[in-house]
Design a protein around this ligand. Sequence first.
Ligand SMILES: NC(=O)c1ccc[n+]([C@@H]2O[C@H](COP(=O)([O-])OP(=O)(O)OC[C@H]3O[C@@H](n4cnc5c(N)ncnc54)[C@H](OP(=O)(O)O)[C@@H]3O)[C@@H](O)[C@H]2O)c1
Length: 355
Amino acid sequence: VADAELNPSNGSVAPSERAAMARARELAVTALGVTSPNPPVGAVILAADGSIAGEGATRPAGQEHAEVVALTAAGPRARGGTAIVTLEPCNHHGRTGPCVDALLAAGIARVVYATHDPTAVAAGGADRLRGAGVDVVGGFGALDAAAGALHWWLGAVGRGRPYVVWKTATTLDGRIAAADGTSRWITSAAARADAQRLRATIDAIVVGSGTVLADDPALTARRSDGTLGERQPLRVVLDRSGRVPGTARALDATAPSVRLTDRGPAEALRRLWERGIRSVLLEGGGTVAGAFLAAGCVDEVLAYLAPKLLGAGTPALAGIGVQTIADAIALDLIDVDRVGADVRLRAAVRPAAGT
Ligand SMILES: NC(=O)c1ccc[n+]([C@@H]2O[C@H](COP(=O)([O-])OP(=O)(O)OC[C@H]3O[C@@H](n4cnc5c(N)ncnc54)[C@H](OP(=O)(O)O)[C@@H]3O)[C@@H](O)[C@H]2O)c1
C-alpha cells in the first residue's frame, strides 16, 4: 500500500480533493455486504471548478461500479473534472465495461485514487488513464481506504480465500456458557445490536452444527426493532455428519443459507469463495473456531467482553493444540471500544510465516 501523502513525488492534492476522498470512503461503507465478489468502492466527481458534481458507491455485483454511478450523477459536469476514487479504476471487461473507458468517455481530466488494484485482471487502470493523457495521482489516502470498507476485500484477494472474522461474546474469564449450559445473554443488548449491524455488512455467517443444535439461532441480520434487515448474509452451517435437521431456523426460507459437509475449514472457505463470498463472520462455537484458528483460517478476532465472571462453563475456544505459552496465537490489537455495558475488542491474527 503506497500513500501519496508520504510520497510527494506522486503529485499534490487539493483540499477539495482531500475532502472528496473522505466522502468517497463514507460512500464505500454504504456498499458493504452487497458487492462481492466486487470490491465496495466509493467515488466522487468534482466539476472543473472543484465543486461536487456527482457521487456513487458500487452497486450489487453485475451492476455499475462506483465511478459509473458517480459519472451518471454528474452528467456533463464531469467534463474537464476530477474523479476521486477509493480504488484504482478497473481496466477489464467483467459483467460491466471497464471504468477507465467510462472515465475517458466522460472527459475526466484528472483521477485521484487511494488503493492500487491488486488483482491481475482489473489492474492497469492507472497506466491506461495516463496513456490517454489523464493526470493521475495514485495511492492518496491509501492507508485510510485500506483500513475502511476495502479492508475485508483486500484481505480476501491477498489470501485467495474469504477474509474471516471470528466473533465471540464472552465473560471476562472467557466463557461462552455457564456450567449448566445457560448462555443467554452474556453481553448487553447494545453489544448484540452492534453485532447485528455487522451481520448486515458481511457476506456470510458461518457456524458449526453444535451451535445450531444447541441454540437453533436464526443467524439473520435484524434491525433494532427486531424486524428483518434489507441485507441478509448467506448463512452457512458446517455439518460434516448431517446432524442438523432441515427444520433448523438457520436453514429456513427467511434468508439464503447453505449446509456444507466439507471436512476442513480451507475446503469450506474455497467453496464459499467460488460462490463469490469475500468476507465471513465466524460465529462459533468454540469447536469450529478452534478448527479455523488451527488451520490458519482466522484473520481477525472480534470479541465482546462482558464484565461478568463465571469461573466454570464452556470456554470460547477449543482444540487449537496450544500447550505452552510460547505457542500462543499472537494477535495485534486494532482497537478497543466500550459498547453499552461491555467492551468490544478487535485484533488481527498475525499471518503465519511464509503466508
Ligand atoms: N457466546 C458466544 O459467542 C457463542 C457463539 C456460538 C456458540 N456458542 C455456544 O457454543 C456451544 C456450542 O459449541 P460447539 O463447540 O459444540 O459448537 P460448534 O463449534 O458450532 O459446532 C461443533 C461441530 O461442528 C461440526 N464441524 C463441522 N466442520 C467442522 C470442522 N472443520 N472442525 C470441527 N468441527 C466441525 C462438528 O460436528 P460434525 O462433525 O457432526 O459436523 C462439531 O462437533 C453452545 O452452547 C452455544 O451456545 C456461544
